[in-house]
Write a protein that binds this ligand. Structure first.
Ligand SMILES: *Cc1c(COP(=O)(O)O)cnc(C)c1O
Ligand SMILES: [Zn+2]
Length: 450
């Protein structure tokens, strides 16, 4: 009843089956996107969609209890339920960050905790869709031997887990010494073939593109638009969690720039199907060491007009604590520039010290943030200070990974061994285990902090 296909982002008439092994438009070489039969989806009313999605929300009827597969008709309607590979992704916490919000001058700040997920990052959302589609292709008789990706750590962890759950071999290409220990051990534990290459992410990307010229090795990077269909459910899900109300702002850290466009796609689909009647403003948050989109945004601003593809120039990204977004030549920049234009978007950046201190300030209010979320929080703080975001605006920050994947960063921050002073470092207090001495010391410490 519902149908979807690959179309060309640049507008070529190409219309390809979601079961084709194809990553780019055969006519112009541009990126593809999944196009849904909106007419068919409109046959069900907005109220009926909301009711259906609410009935499925986090229940156990396969596969609809997953935050992604609860929206299956909007995501990948062609899949047999038997070929869905789900580890119950999505359905993540959206909480009111009351104390942190107040501390930076906001009364209605929410954090969408997308990293509280199977492999500890929001990449699970897209990977469940991609691996399910490949399982469907294999069931349909396509000769696919393996899944492959280049990664800054989180994509490879998600691919390895979903590939292992499906029983499909996985190859991951990682930049040597540029990912955390947790991120490296994840694909190893899931039995993937892990290649550690003496290059950066952009170098790994060049290798995987060569590897996947062989159509039996399926490319799982985000230029593969199947993943976008899973990532876009972030938008649908957070609107659902607000009882179908729309926030004013959504901030997300950006590297390869697939996610900012995926979130935009989710909101646009909600609008097309009559569930929302306006769009939030989007903020793409970049690390200063990997900021090609921020530079393009500044160039356009200096020229007094909206950002265009011509404003963009790739850079060589330098090491950042936000290692998952250390990307200088993002594949989805075109989609991101279009999305930001449509959503009255903003691009902001954060330095290493700014992102680390923002993490620490928010952690002091009960969170446990990863450095990428820190980039988004630091950008948020700047936009509030600048008056761009108003005190009563409803703001959602997309937290993209779990802090426990980045304990080296957090440890070094609190030890004070990063390249800059840690404004909010907290040290363990060494004491002899003498009860009276410990009690006296603790009273002194509590008095000092009161
Ligand atoms: C992938 C990733 C991002 C950025 O997403 P892009 O689509 O590459 O812009 C941000 N944070 C984390 C933790 C990620 O893994
Ligand atoms: Zn095209």
């Amino acid at each position: 009843m519902y149908a979807a296909w690959f179309g060309c982002v640049a507008g070529c008439p190409a219309r390809l089956s979601l079961s084709e092994v194809v990553y780019r438009c055969p006519s112009c070489g541009g990126l593809l996107e999944v196009v849904h039969d909106t007419q068919a989806l409109r046959a069900r009313s907005a109220a009926a969609w909301m009711k259906l999605f609410d009935e499925r929300w986090l229940r156990t009827t396969w596969p609809y209890g997953s935050g992604v597969w609860g929206k299956k008709e909007w995501v990948a309607p062609h899949l047999d339920d038997d070929n869905v590979v789900s580890l119950l992704e999505g359905g993540t916490n959206l909480f009111w960050a009351e104390r942190y919000g107040r501390s930076i001058g906001l009364s209605d700040l929410w954090i969408k905790q997308c990293g509280t997920s199977h492999t500890g990052s929001f990449k699970d959302l897209g990977m469940t869709v991609l691996v399910s589609c490949v399982k469907q292709m294999i069931a349909d008789g396509r000769p696919i031997r393996a899944l492959a990706c280049a990664s800054t750590g989180d994509t490879s962890a998600a691919l390895a887990a979903y590939g292992a759950a499906a029983g499909i071999p996985v190859v991951v290409l990682l930049p040597e010494a540029k990912i955390s220990a947790a991120q490296l051990v994840q694909p190893l534990a899931n039995g993937a073939i892990v290649c550690s290459l003496a290059t950066d992410f952009d170098g790994c990307m060049r290798v995987v593109q060569r590897l996947t010229e062989d159509p039996t090795i399926y490319l799982a990077n985000s230029m593969n638009s199947l993943r976008v269909e899973g990532q876009k459910t972030i938008a649908v899900e957070l609107v659902q969690q607000f009882d179908w109300a729309i926030p004013d702002w959504v901030l997300v850290p950006g590297g390869n720039l697939g996610n900012v466009s995926a979130i935009a796609k989710g909101f646009l689909q909600l609008q097309e199907l009559g569930i929302i009647d306006r769009l939030p403003r989007l903020v793409c948050c970049q690390a200063e060491h990997a900021n090609p989109l921020y530079r393009a945004y500044q160039r356009a601003k200096a020229a007094g007009r909206a950002m265009q593809p011509e404003d963009f120039a790739p850079i060589t990204a330098t090491p950042t604590l936000a290692s998952a977004i250390q990307i200088g030549d993002p594949v989805s920049r075109g989609k991101a520039i279009t999305a930001l234009a449509r959503f009255d978007g903003v691009v902001e950046q954060a330095s290493e010290a700014e992102l680390a201190d923002a993490v620490a300030r928010a952690d002091r209010t009960g969170m446990f943030n990863c450095p990428h979320t820190g980039v988004a929080l630091a950008c948020l703080e700047k936009l509030v200070k600048a008056g761009t975001i108003a005190p009563r605006d409803r703001v959602v920050v997309i937290s993209t990974a779990h802090g426990l994947k980045f304990t080296e960063f957090k440890t070094r921050y609190h030890e004070g061994t990063l390249d800059f002073p840690s404004a909010h470092a907290n040290h363990p207090v060494r004491m002899d285990a003498d009860p009276d001495a410990v009690v006296a010391r603790l009273h002194a410490l509590l008095d000092a902090s009161a």
